[in-house]
Design a protein around this ligand. Structure first.
Ligand code: HAM
Length: 425
Protein backbone atom coordinates (compact mmCIF):
# COMPACT_ATOMS: atom_id res chain seq x y z
CA UNK A 1 0.00 0.00 0.00
CA UNK A 2 1.25 3.47 -0.85
CA UNK A 3 1.58 6.15 1.77
CA UNK A 4 -0.74 8.31 -0.27
CA UNK A 5 -4.35 7.25 -0.62
CA UNK A 6 -7.18 8.86 -2.57
CA UNK A 7 -8.72 11.91 -0.81
CA UNK A 8 -11.82 11.42 1.34
CA UNK A 9 -15.02 11.01 -0.65
CA UNK A 10 -13.40 10.01 -3.95
CA UNK A 11 -12.64 6.54 -5.21
CA UNK A 12 -11.18 4.46 -8.00
CA UNK A 13 -13.45 2.49 -10.27
CA UNK A 14 -11.42 -0.67 -10.89
CA UNK A 15 -11.68 -3.27 -13.69
CA UNK A 16 -14.05 -5.52 -11.66
CA UNK A 17 -16.53 -2.64 -11.74
CA UNK A 18 -15.61 -0.49 -14.72
CA UNK A 19 -17.17 -2.83 -17.30
CA UNK A 20 -20.47 -2.48 -15.43
CA UNK A 21 -20.13 1.29 -15.62
CA UNK A 22 -19.48 1.00 -19.35
CA UNK A 23 -22.73 -0.95 -19.65
CA UNK A 24 -24.69 1.80 -17.86
CA UNK A 25 -23.19 4.47 -20.13
CA UNK A 26 -24.01 2.33 -23.17
CA UNK A 27 -27.66 2.08 -22.14
CA UNK A 28 -27.88 5.85 -21.58
CA UNK A 29 -26.17 6.49 -24.94
CA UNK A 30 -28.65 4.23 -26.76
CA UNK A 31 -31.60 5.79 -24.94
CA UNK A 32 -30.29 9.26 -25.83
CA UNK A 33 -30.17 8.28 -29.48
CA UNK A 34 -33.70 6.90 -29.37
CA UNK A 35 -34.96 10.21 -27.95
CA UNK A 36 -32.91 12.39 -30.34
CA UNK A 37 -30.34 13.73 -27.85
CA UNK A 38 -26.78 14.42 -29.03
CA UNK A 39 -23.75 13.94 -26.83
CA UNK A 40 -21.52 16.87 -25.90
CA UNK A 41 -18.33 17.04 -23.86
CA UNK A 42 -18.14 20.00 -21.51
CA UNK A 43 -15.29 21.36 -19.38
CA UNK A 44 -14.83 20.06 -15.87
CA UNK A 45 -14.11 23.55 -14.54
CA UNK A 46 -15.80 26.85 -15.24
CA UNK A 47 -15.72 30.43 -13.98
CA UNK A 48 -17.12 30.39 -10.44
CA UNK A 49 -19.57 33.10 -11.43
CA UNK A 50 -21.41 30.68 -13.73
CA UNK A 51 -22.45 28.50 -10.81
CA UNK A 52 -22.90 31.35 -8.32
CA UNK A 53 -25.32 33.11 -10.66
CA UNK A 54 -26.84 29.99 -12.23
CA UNK A 55 -27.42 27.75 -9.22
CA UNK A 56 -28.10 30.52 -6.69
CA UNK A 57 -26.14 32.08 -3.84
CA UNK A 58 -28.35 30.70 -1.08
CA UNK A 59 -28.11 27.06 -2.08
CA UNK A 60 -25.98 24.59 -0.11
CA UNK A 61 -24.14 23.74 -3.32
CA UNK A 62 -22.89 27.30 -3.84
CA UNK A 63 -22.59 28.28 -0.19
CA UNK A 64 -20.76 25.25 1.14
CA UNK A 65 -19.99 22.60 -1.41
CA UNK A 66 -18.02 24.04 -4.30
CA UNK A 67 -14.38 23.26 -4.99
CA UNK A 68 -13.29 26.81 -5.79
CA UNK A 69 -9.74 28.07 -6.24
CA UNK A 70 -7.79 30.87 -7.87
CA UNK A 71 -5.83 29.77 -10.92
CA UNK A 72 -2.39 31.14 -11.73
CA UNK A 73 -4.03 34.05 -13.53
CA UNK A 74 -5.94 34.94 -10.31
CA UNK A 75 -9.26 33.91 -11.85
CA UNK A 76 -11.79 32.23 -9.58
CA UNK A 77 -12.39 28.76 -10.97
CA UNK A 78 -14.80 26.07 -9.75
CA UNK A 79 -14.84 22.34 -10.43
CA UNK A 80 -18.34 21.78 -11.76
CA UNK A 81 -20.81 20.67 -9.09
CA UNK A 82 -23.37 19.89 -11.82
CA UNK A 83 -23.71 20.21 -15.60
CA UNK A 84 -26.89 22.19 -16.29
CA UNK A 85 -25.33 25.64 -15.92
CA UNK A 86 -22.45 24.58 -18.20
CA UNK A 87 -24.86 23.18 -20.76
CA UNK A 88 -26.80 26.46 -20.88
CA UNK A 89 -23.54 28.43 -21.04
CA UNK A 90 -22.45 26.29 -23.97
CA UNK A 91 -25.82 26.75 -25.73
CA UNK A 92 -25.48 30.53 -25.40
CA UNK A 93 -21.79 30.69 -26.27
CA UNK A 94 -22.31 28.70 -29.47
CA UNK A 95 -25.46 30.60 -30.44
CA UNK A 96 -27.59 27.48 -30.55
CA UNK A 97 -30.67 29.68 -30.39
CA UNK A 98 -30.31 29.90 -34.19
CA UNK A 99 -30.81 26.12 -34.54
CA UNK A 100 -34.21 24.40 -34.70
CA UNK A 101 -35.53 24.27 -31.12
CA UNK A 102 -35.42 22.52 -28.78
CA UNK A 103 -31.73 21.68 -28.86
CA UNK A 104 -31.42 18.35 -27.06
CA UNK A 105 -28.04 17.46 -25.61
CA UNK A 106 -26.59 15.13 -23.04
CA UNK A 107 -23.24 14.68 -21.38
CA UNK A 108 -21.59 12.54 -18.78
CA UNK A 109 -18.66 12.97 -16.45
CA UNK A 110 -17.58 13.56 -12.89
CA UNK A 111 -19.09 16.31 -10.74
CA UNK A 112 -17.59 17.67 -7.54
CA UNK A 113 -19.29 18.66 -4.29
CA UNK A 114 -17.67 19.10 -0.91
CA UNK A 115 -20.31 17.14 0.98
CA UNK A 116 -20.03 14.82 3.98
CA UNK A 117 -19.36 11.43 2.39
CA UNK A 118 -21.79 8.66 3.23
CA UNK A 119 -23.51 5.75 1.47
CA UNK A 120 -24.39 6.97 -2.02
CA UNK A 121 -22.76 10.36 -1.46
CA UNK A 122 -19.31 11.14 -2.76
CA UNK A 123 -17.22 14.25 -3.31
CA UNK A 124 -16.52 13.19 -6.86
CA UNK A 125 -19.47 11.43 -8.44
CA UNK A 126 -20.65 10.77 -11.97
CA UNK A 127 -23.77 12.09 -13.58
CA UNK A 128 -25.44 11.54 -16.90
CA UNK A 129 -27.10 14.85 -17.67
CA UNK A 130 -29.81 15.50 -20.26
CA UNK A 131 -31.06 18.95 -21.24
CA UNK A 132 -33.75 20.05 -23.69
CA UNK A 133 -33.19 23.73 -24.45
CA UNK A 134 -35.48 26.19 -26.20
CA UNK A 135 -38.97 24.81 -25.66
CA UNK A 136 -41.39 26.02 -22.97
CA UNK A 137 -43.84 23.23 -23.84
CA UNK A 138 -44.96 20.92 -21.01
CA UNK A 139 -44.45 17.94 -23.31
CA UNK A 140 -40.71 18.72 -23.25
CA UNK A 141 -40.95 18.08 -19.50
CA UNK A 142 -42.87 14.87 -20.12
CA UNK A 143 -40.23 13.74 -22.61
CA UNK A 144 -37.43 14.36 -20.12
CA UNK A 145 -39.19 12.41 -17.38
CA UNK A 146 -40.02 9.59 -19.81
CA UNK A 147 -36.42 9.44 -21.02
CA UNK A 148 -35.05 9.02 -17.51
CA UNK A 149 -37.60 6.30 -16.73
CA UNK A 150 -36.98 4.50 -20.02
CA UNK A 151 -33.24 4.37 -19.30
CA UNK A 152 -33.95 2.99 -15.82
CA UNK A 153 -36.34 0.43 -17.32
CA UNK A 154 -33.68 -0.72 -19.79
CA UNK A 155 -31.17 -1.01 -16.96
CA UNK A 156 -33.64 -3.22 -15.11
CA UNK A 157 -34.15 -0.96 -12.07
CA UNK A 158 -37.32 -1.75 -10.18
CA UNK A 159 -39.32 -0.29 -7.31
CA UNK A 160 -38.68 3.31 -8.30
CA UNK A 161 -40.88 6.15 -7.19
CA UNK A 162 -41.37 9.31 -9.25
CA UNK A 163 -42.09 12.48 -7.26
CA UNK A 164 -43.23 15.63 -9.01
CA UNK A 165 -44.06 19.15 -8.01
CA UNK A 166 -44.27 22.62 -9.48
CA UNK A 167 -42.13 25.32 -7.90
CA UNK A 168 -43.90 28.13 -9.76
CA UNK A 169 -42.20 31.07 -11.46
CA UNK A 170 -41.03 34.58 -10.50
CA UNK A 171 -44.62 35.69 -11.12
CA UNK A 172 -46.23 33.50 -8.47
CA UNK A 173 -43.32 32.54 -6.22
CA UNK A 174 -43.23 35.78 -4.15
CA UNK A 175 -46.79 35.15 -2.97
CA UNK A 176 -45.96 31.54 -2.10
CA UNK A 177 -42.79 32.64 -0.31
CA UNK A 178 -44.88 35.02 1.76
CA UNK A 179 -47.46 32.33 2.59
CA UNK A 180 -44.67 29.91 3.57
CA UNK A 181 -42.80 32.51 5.52
CA UNK A 182 -45.93 33.39 7.53
CA UNK A 183 -46.55 29.72 8.22
CA UNK A 184 -42.98 28.94 9.30
CA UNK A 185 -42.79 32.09 11.44
CA UNK A 186 -45.78 30.81 13.37
CA UNK A 187 -43.82 27.60 14.14
CA UNK A 188 -40.32 29.02 14.32
CA UNK A 189 -39.54 27.36 17.67
CA UNK A 190 -39.84 23.93 16.10
CA UNK A 191 -37.34 24.66 13.31
CA UNK A 192 -33.63 23.81 13.37
CA UNK A 193 -31.10 26.62 13.45
CA UNK A 194 -30.29 26.36 9.74
CA UNK A 195 -33.96 26.56 8.82
CA UNK A 196 -34.45 29.60 11.03
CA UNK A 197 -31.75 31.36 9.06
CA UNK A 198 -33.40 30.16 5.85
CA UNK A 199 -36.67 31.76 6.88
CA UNK A 200 -35.48 35.22 5.90
CA UNK A 201 -33.36 34.32 2.92
CA UNK A 202 -35.16 31.45 1.21
CA UNK A 203 -38.10 29.84 3.06
CA UNK A 204 -38.61 27.32 0.21
CA UNK A 205 -35.35 25.65 1.26
CA UNK A 206 -36.96 24.74 4.61
CA UNK A 207 -39.22 22.32 2.74
CA UNK A 208 -36.06 20.43 1.79
CA UNK A 209 -34.76 19.96 5.37
CA UNK A 210 -34.32 16.31 6.30
CA UNK A 211 -34.38 16.81 10.11
CA UNK A 212 -37.23 15.03 11.84
CA UNK A 213 -38.35 18.13 13.78
CA UNK A 214 -38.47 20.28 10.63
CA UNK A 215 -40.17 17.55 8.63
CA UNK A 216 -43.10 17.45 10.99
CA UNK A 217 -43.47 21.21 10.51
CA UNK A 218 -43.16 21.01 6.72
CA UNK A 219 -45.74 18.23 6.59
CA UNK A 220 -48.50 20.76 7.28
CA UNK A 221 -46.94 23.59 5.25
CA UNK A 222 -49.19 25.19 2.63
CA UNK A 223 -48.83 23.50 -0.77
CA UNK A 224 -47.57 25.45 -3.74
CA UNK A 225 -50.51 24.48 -5.98
CA UNK A 226 -52.85 26.99 -4.38
CA UNK A 227 -50.37 29.79 -5.05
CA UNK A 228 -49.53 28.96 -8.67
CA UNK A 229 -50.35 31.58 -11.30
CA UNK A 230 -52.63 30.58 -14.17
CA UNK A 231 -49.74 29.86 -16.53
CA UNK A 232 -47.86 27.66 -14.05
CA UNK A 233 -51.04 25.83 -13.10
CA UNK A 234 -51.92 25.11 -16.76
CA UNK A 235 -48.35 24.01 -17.42
CA UNK A 236 -48.37 21.66 -14.45
CA UNK A 237 -51.76 20.25 -15.44
CA UNK A 238 -50.46 19.50 -18.93
CA UNK A 239 -47.31 17.84 -17.59
CA UNK A 240 -49.48 15.64 -15.39
CA UNK A 241 -51.90 14.90 -18.21
CA UNK A 242 -48.93 13.97 -20.43
CA UNK A 243 -47.58 11.60 -17.78
CA UNK A 244 -51.03 10.12 -17.24
CA UNK A 245 -51.35 9.67 -21.01
CA UNK A 246 -48.09 7.71 -21.14
CA UNK A 247 -49.16 5.62 -18.15
CA UNK A 248 -46.35 6.92 -15.92
CA UNK A 249 -47.11 6.51 -12.23
CA UNK A 250 -45.98 9.41 -10.04
CA UNK A 251 -46.69 10.96 -6.66
CA UNK A 252 -47.28 14.66 -6.09
CA UNK A 253 -44.92 15.92 -3.41
CA UNK A 254 -45.53 19.44 -2.24
CA UNK A 255 -42.21 19.45 -0.37
CA UNK A 256 -40.11 18.72 -3.43
CA UNK A 257 -38.26 21.98 -4.09
CA UNK A 258 -34.86 20.57 -5.15
CA UNK A 259 -31.54 21.90 -3.92
CA UNK A 260 -30.79 24.29 -6.77
CA UNK A 261 -32.43 27.69 -7.20
CA UNK A 262 -32.83 27.78 -10.97
CA UNK A 263 -35.98 25.69 -11.13
CA UNK A 264 -39.26 27.09 -12.38
CA UNK A 265 -42.49 25.13 -12.82
CA UNK A 266 -41.79 21.37 -12.95
CA UNK A 267 -39.48 19.74 -10.42
CA UNK A 268 -39.10 15.99 -10.18
CA UNK A 269 -37.04 13.23 -8.63
CA UNK A 270 -36.84 9.49 -9.00
CA UNK A 271 -36.22 7.63 -5.75
CA UNK A 272 -35.09 4.10 -5.06
CA UNK A 273 -35.87 2.29 -1.83
CA UNK A 274 -32.61 0.36 -2.28
CA UNK A 275 -30.45 3.34 -1.31
CA UNK A 276 -31.11 4.48 2.25
CA UNK A 277 -31.13 8.20 2.98
CA UNK A 278 -29.38 9.28 -0.26
CA UNK A 279 -32.20 7.73 -2.23
CA UNK A 280 -32.50 9.94 -5.35
CA UNK A 281 -31.21 8.22 -8.48
CA UNK A 282 -32.14 11.23 -10.55
CA UNK A 283 -33.48 14.73 -10.23
CA UNK A 284 -34.42 17.47 -12.60
CA UNK A 285 -36.99 19.93 -13.77
CA UNK A 286 -37.60 23.11 -15.73
CA UNK A 287 -35.37 26.18 -15.47
CA UNK A 288 -36.81 28.86 -17.76
CA UNK A 289 -34.78 31.72 -16.24
CA UNK A 290 -31.35 30.15 -15.97
CA UNK A 291 -30.08 31.51 -19.30
CA UNK A 292 -31.04 35.04 -18.24
CA UNK A 293 -29.48 34.56 -14.81
CA UNK A 294 -26.12 33.94 -16.49
CA UNK A 295 -26.45 36.94 -18.77
CA UNK A 296 -28.14 35.49 -21.86
CA UNK A 297 -31.53 35.96 -23.50
CA UNK A 298 -34.65 34.09 -22.39
CA UNK A 299 -34.18 30.38 -23.15
CA UNK A 300 -36.64 27.96 -21.56
CA UNK A 301 -35.15 24.59 -20.66
CA UNK A 302 -35.84 21.35 -18.89
CA UNK A 303 -33.59 18.46 -17.97
CA UNK A 304 -32.44 15.90 -15.46
CA UNK A 305 -29.26 14.38 -14.12
CA UNK A 306 -28.93 10.83 -12.83
CA UNK A 307 -26.24 9.71 -10.41
CA UNK A 308 -24.26 6.90 -11.98
CA UNK A 309 -22.65 5.78 -8.69
CA UNK A 310 -26.11 5.37 -7.18
CA UNK A 311 -27.54 3.60 -10.23
CA UNK A 312 -24.73 1.05 -9.96
CA UNK A 313 -25.47 0.55 -6.26
CA UNK A 314 -29.15 -0.09 -6.96
CA UNK A 315 -28.35 -2.43 -9.87
CA UNK A 316 -25.97 -4.48 -7.69
CA UNK A 317 -28.53 -4.69 -4.92
CA UNK A 318 -31.34 -5.65 -7.29
CA UNK A 319 -29.08 -8.10 -9.12
CA UNK A 320 -29.68 -6.46 -12.47
CA UNK A 321 -27.87 -7.74 -15.53
CA UNK A 322 -24.83 -5.83 -16.80
CA UNK A 323 -24.68 -7.76 -20.09
CA UNK A 324 -21.70 -10.01 -20.64
CA UNK A 325 -18.55 -9.55 -18.62
CA UNK A 326 -15.68 -8.79 -20.97
CA UNK A 327 -13.37 -11.70 -21.62
CA UNK A 328 -10.70 -12.44 -24.18
CA UNK A 329 -10.78 -15.01 -26.93
CA UNK A 330 -7.26 -16.32 -26.68
CA UNK A 331 -4.50 -16.39 -24.09
CA UNK A 332 -1.06 -17.07 -25.53
CA UNK A 333 1.13 -19.43 -23.53
CA UNK A 334 4.82 -19.63 -24.40
CA UNK A 335 7.06 -22.35 -22.98
CA UNK A 336 10.45 -20.82 -23.74
CA UNK A 337 12.16 -17.73 -25.07
CA UNK A 338 11.82 -18.54 -28.80
CA UNK A 339 8.19 -19.47 -28.38
CA UNK A 340 7.54 -16.14 -26.69
CA UNK A 341 8.61 -14.33 -29.88
CA UNK A 342 6.43 -16.74 -31.90
CA UNK A 343 3.38 -16.14 -29.68
CA UNK A 344 3.85 -12.39 -29.90
CA UNK A 345 3.62 -12.70 -33.69
CA UNK A 346 0.55 -14.98 -33.58
CA UNK A 347 -1.22 -12.66 -31.14
CA UNK A 348 -0.58 -9.79 -33.50
CA UNK A 349 -2.25 -11.75 -36.33
CA UNK A 350 -5.21 -12.57 -34.07
CA UNK A 351 -5.76 -8.97 -33.07
CA UNK A 352 -5.59 -7.77 -36.68
CA UNK A 353 -8.31 -10.28 -37.48
CA UNK A 354 -10.68 -9.30 -34.71
CA UNK A 355 -9.71 -12.00 -32.24
CA UNK A 356 -8.94 -10.55 -28.82
CA UNK A 357 -5.78 -11.95 -27.30
CA UNK A 358 -3.44 -11.51 -24.37
CA UNK A 359 -0.26 -13.04 -22.92
CA UNK A 360 2.24 -12.40 -20.19
CA UNK A 361 5.84 -11.47 -20.78
CA UNK A 362 7.29 -12.80 -17.57
CA UNK A 363 8.58 -16.19 -18.73
CA UNK A 364 6.60 -17.91 -15.99
CA UNK A 365 5.82 -21.62 -15.78
CA UNK A 366 3.13 -23.13 -18.01
CA UNK A 367 0.95 -23.70 -14.94
CA UNK A 368 1.20 -20.04 -13.95
CA UNK A 369 0.38 -18.91 -17.48
CA UNK A 370 -2.62 -21.23 -17.67
CA UNK A 371 -3.80 -19.77 -14.37
CA UNK A 372 -3.59 -16.29 -15.87
CA UNK A 373 -5.56 -17.54 -18.88
CA UNK A 374 -8.44 -18.63 -16.62
CA UNK A 375 -8.21 -15.43 -14.57
CA UNK A 376 -8.59 -13.46 -17.81
CA UNK A 377 -11.59 -15.69 -18.67
CA UNK A 378 -10.01 -16.66 -21.99
CA UNK A 379 -11.96 -19.07 -24.23
CA UNK A 380 -8.86 -20.71 -25.65
CA UNK A 381 -5.20 -21.05 -24.80
CA UNK A 382 -2.73 -21.14 -27.70
CA UNK A 383 0.35 -22.95 -26.48
CA UNK A 384 3.70 -22.74 -28.21
CA UNK A 385 6.79 -24.69 -27.13
CA UNK A 386 9.90 -26.22 -28.62
CA UNK A 387 8.10 -29.19 -30.18
CA UNK A 388 5.35 -27.01 -31.73
CA UNK A 389 8.01 -24.70 -33.16
CA UNK A 390 9.75 -27.70 -34.71
CA UNK A 391 6.54 -29.01 -36.27
CA UNK A 392 5.27 -25.57 -37.33
CA UNK A 393 2.11 -25.98 -35.20
CA UNK A 394 0.28 -24.40 -32.25
CA UNK A 395 -1.57 -26.36 -29.54
CA UNK A 396 -5.03 -24.93 -29.04
CA UNK A 397 -6.77 -25.79 -25.79
CA UNK A 398 -10.45 -25.14 -25.09
CA UNK A 399 -10.43 -23.87 -21.53
CA UNK A 400 -14.02 -24.91 -20.88
CA UNK A 401 -13.92 -28.50 -22.07
CA UNK A 402 -10.19 -29.10 -21.60
CA UNK A 403 -9.98 -30.55 -25.15
CA UNK A 404 -6.90 -29.69 -27.12
CA UNK A 405 -5.55 -30.15 -30.64
CA UNK A 406 -2.54 -29.17 -32.67
CA UNK A 407 -3.15 -26.82 -35.55
CA UNK A 408 -0.79 -25.77 -38.32
CA UNK A 409 0.64 -22.32 -37.59
CA UNK A 410 -0.11 -21.29 -41.21
CA UNK A 411 -3.86 -21.62 -40.77
CA UNK A 412 -4.07 -20.69 -37.07
CA UNK A 413 -6.18 -17.54 -37.60
CA UNK A 414 -8.83 -19.30 -39.74
CA UNK A 415 -8.95 -22.36 -37.47
CA UNK A 416 -9.27 -20.31 -34.28
CA UNK A 417 -11.96 -18.19 -35.93
CA UNK A 418 -13.89 -21.40 -36.72
CA UNK A 419 -13.55 -22.71 -33.17
CA UNK A 420 -14.65 -19.38 -31.69
CA UNK A 421 -17.68 -19.05 -33.93
CA UNK A 422 -18.72 -22.63 -33.09
CA UNK A 423 -18.43 -21.76 -29.38
CA UNK A 424 -20.46 -18.58 -29.85
CA UNK A 425 -23.24 -20.50 -31.68
P1 HAM B 1 -29.08 17.06 -8.31
O1 HAM B 1 -30.36 16.60 -7.71
O2 HAM B 1 -28.22 17.94 -7.49
O3 HAM B 1 -29.46 17.79 -9.68
O4 HAM B 1 -28.23 15.82 -8.76
C1 HAM B 1 -28.77 14.85 -9.63
C2 HAM B 1 -28.39 13.44 -9.18
O5 HAM B 1 -26.97 13.34 -9.02
C3 HAM B 1 -28.94 13.05 -7.81
O6 HAM B 1 -30.28 12.59 -7.91
C4 HAM B 1 -28.00 11.93 -7.40
O7 HAM B 1 -28.37 10.72 -8.04
C5 HAM B 1 -26.67 12.40 -7.98
N1 HAM B 1 -25.85 13.05 -6.94
C6 HAM B 1 -25.92 14.32 -6.50
N2 HAM B 1 -25.00 14.57 -5.54
C7 HAM B 1 -24.32 13.40 -5.39
C8 HAM B 1 -23.24 12.98 -4.54
N3 HAM B 1 -22.62 13.82 -3.71
N4 HAM B 1 -22.80 11.69 -4.63
C9 HAM B 1 -23.39 10.83 -5.51
N5 HAM B 1 -24.40 11.17 -6.32
C10 HAM B 1 -24.87 12.43 -6.27
C11 HAM B 1 -28.57 18.32 -10.53
O8 HAM B 1 -27.38 18.18 -10.48
C12 HAM B 1 -29.23 19.08 -11.67
N6 HAM B 1 -28.18 19.63 -12.52
C13 HAM B 1 -30.17 18.18 -12.44
C14 HAM B 1 -30.82 18.86 -13.60
C15 HAM B 1 -30.50 18.75 -14.91
N7 HAM B 1 -31.84 19.70 -13.52
C16 HAM B 1 -32.16 20.14 -14.75
N8 HAM B 1 -31.33 19.56 -15.59
Amino acid sequence: MSEISAPKGVRDILPEESWKWAYVFRVFRETAEDFGYSEVHLPIFEHTELFARGIGDTTDVVEKEMYTFLDKGERSITLRPEATASMVRSYLEHRMGALPQPVKMWCTGPMFRYERPQKGRFRQFWQVDFESLGSPHPYADVEIISLSLEAFRRLGLSHLEVLINSVGCPECRPAYRKTLSDYFSSRIDELCETCRSRLERNPLRILDCKRESCRSVTEDAPAVYESLCGECRDHFDMVRAGLDGTGTPYRLDKRLVRGLDYYTKTAYEVLSGALGSQNAVCGGGRYDNLAEAIGGPHVPGVGFAAGVDRILMVMEQQECSFGTEPSIDVYGVALDRDSRAGILHILDLFRRNGISADMDFGGRSMKAQMKSASARKARLACILGESELERGTVTVKDLDSGEQKEISADSIVEEVQKILSAVKD
